[in-house]
Every structure is written in structure tokens, then in C-alpha cells.
Design a protein around this ligand. Structure first.
Ligand code: OAD
Length: 253
């Protein structure tokens, strides 16, 4: 693990407002595969075959089955030390926004309160015909044709953003506003390839924030940020939290 700078600790110690963007990398140590790393989801499965509305309508059983599998993986996973450290970091600030591209619920389960889910949540489902949220029963009992359907007869889909779809109303605005007003922005475990998420660290920096990245390798935007800490989020974030807590206990002269 590379070390973080005194500047980052100083900024986090004196900040009034902190915003964080997370990607699949923060959940990697919980056993949830990322998308673009070796062995990641998009290596084996093509997004255009699974993660879009036309693919779903063409083969609902295949797409529902894939999401059912991923739901089970998320259900069985536990938040790791990185998620927990972010939940604890949140308690130090009145204004703290955790923006996530992840569709798992591990930040909330770790205790984070102010979470902005950019790409939806895999644990929620709804009917494409009537729009009603699906119940547990709806997504555990397949119809005669092998697909999950709503009592109205419509197909049930996960409440996640697919390729070509708009992000949920309000979330981009909330994330962008947090990026603009924050003093420190942390970009954690994301390849920073998918927009609009990847623009948020840049927006924050343009508006005066100190922007640091935590990743096991450099991302697509590393050279546009103030600092990169190379290492697994589950190790870097607890160490960062401890250092900030120690710095806050040290009287300032
Ligand atoms: P990616 O799979 O593109 O990137 C994961 C990042 O996490 C990479 O930069 C890895 O180096 C890093 N990483 C892996 N293990 C790590 C660890 N233990 N600690 C820290 N970093 C680690 O995932 P995202 O950037 O989240 O969108 O992908 C963005 C979006 O692309 C996803 O939300 C998804 C996908 O298409 C939708 O489904 C709409």
C-alpha cells in the first residue's frame, strides 16, 4: 500500500464537507466481482447481451437468471473494512455524501446514511408493465414459462440502470451538487470510464476540492487528480480513518 500525503490528512481534518465516489473495487474484497478487472463480469459476459432493455425483452429468462445469480452473491456478501471505514468517516462530518456506482447494498449495510445510488440497486425489482415494485415472492417464483412475472402479467426487471438508459431522476443532480460544494473528494475503486460518474472527481477539483483516488492501480483519470493512494480499499480506508482520527485528536496551534 502506498502512503497518503500529509496534505490529504490535513484537508480531511479541517474539511466541513466530504464527498466520496465508489465503484466496484470497494466491494471486490467482499467477494463481488468487478466489471473490467481480469476475471471481471464484462470479460465473460457482454453488456450488450445482458444489460440493456432490448436484450431483456428478447430473452427475459436469461437476463433475469443472471441478475438472480448476482442478487444471491450480494445477499451472501458482507460489507468489508473499506465500507465500514467510510460509514465511520461519515460520522465526522455534517455534510458527507457517498455517491456509489454499485448496485449492491453494502454501503447501507455497513452503516452509511447519506448514499446516492447512481446506477440503482440490484435488490429492488419492478414490473415493466405496471411499474409496481416487485415483492420477494414475485422474484422467487417463476411462471410456467420460466420467467418472473408481476401479478399483472408484466415482466419483472431489476431496478438498475442498463446501457442506453437514463439515470434515476435527481441522482445526477444530487451527486453533482455534492461534488461542487465538497472540500475533499475521494474516488475509490472505480476505473473512471463510465460517465457521468467519472466526471464527478473532475467537477469537484474544478470547484476547489482536494481530490484523491484509492485504487489498486491507476484509473483513466488519475493524472487529473491531486493524489493517488495505491492499495486495496479494505486496507487503505481503515488506515486513512485512523490517521484522520489521530490528527483530529492532536491540538492545533
Ligand atoms: P470497474 O470494474 O470498471 O473498475 C473497478 C476498479 O476497481 C478498477 O479500477 C480496479 O483497479 C479497482 N479495484 C479492484 N479491486 C480493488 C480493491 N480491492 N480496492 C480498490 N480498488 C480496487 O468498475 P466501475 O468503475 O465501478 O455500470 O464500473 C463503472 C460501471 O461500469 C458500473 O457501475 C457498471 C459498469 O458497466 C452499470 O452497470 C450501469
Amino acid at each position: 500500500m502506498s502512503s497518503f500525503s500529509a496534505e490529504l490528512i490535513n484537508r480531511l481534518t479541517t474539511a466541513d464537507s466530504v464527498a466520496v465516489l465508489t465503484g466496484a473495487g470497494i466491494s471486490a474484497e467482499s467477494g463481488i466481482p468487478t466489471f473490467r478487472d481480469p476475471g471481471g463480469l464484462w470479460e465473460k459476459l457482454k453488456p450488450e447481451e445482458l444489460a440493456n432493455f432490448d436484450a431483456f425483452m428478447a430473452n427475459p429468462q436469461l437476463v433475469q437468471g443472471w441478475y438472480e445469480h448476482r442478487r444471491h452473491v450480494v445477499h451472501d456478501a458482507q460489507p468489508n473494512a473499506g465500507h465500514v471505514a467510510l460509514a465511520e468517516l461519515e460520522r465526522l462530518y455534517e455534510d458527507f455524501t457517498l455517491i456509489t456506482q454499485n448496485v449492491d447494498d453494502l454501503h447501507t449495510r455497513a452503516g452509511s446514511r447519506h448514499v446516492v445510488e447512481l446506477h440503482g440497486n440490484i435488490m429492488r425489482n419492478y414490473c415493466v408493465s405496471c411499474g409496481r415494485p416487485a415483492s420477494e415472492k414475485d422474484v422467487s417464483t417463476a411462471s410456467d414459462t420460466g420467467v418472473f412475472v408481476c401479478p399483472c402479467g408484466g415482466l419483472i426487471r431489476p431496478d438498475v440502470v442498463w446501457f442506453g438508459e437514463m439515470l434515476p431522476p435527481g441522482v445526477v443532480e444530487a451527486a453533482d451538487a455534492a461534488a461542487r460544494r465538497t472540500d475533499v473528494f475521494l474516488s475509490i475503486g472505480t476505473s473512471a470510464i463510465v460517465y457521468p460518474a467519472a466526471a464527478l472527481p473532475i467537477t469537484a477539483r474544478l470547484h476547489g476540492a482536494y481530490v484523491a483516488e484509492v485504487n489498486v492501480r491507476e484509473s483513466a483519470i488519475t493524472d487529473q487528480l491531486d493524489e493517488v493512494v495505491i492499495g486495496p480499499a479494505g486496507e487503505v480506508l481503515p488506515a486513512l480513518l485512523e490517521t484522520v482520527l489521530a490528527s483530529r485528536r492532536t491540538p492545533r496551534g
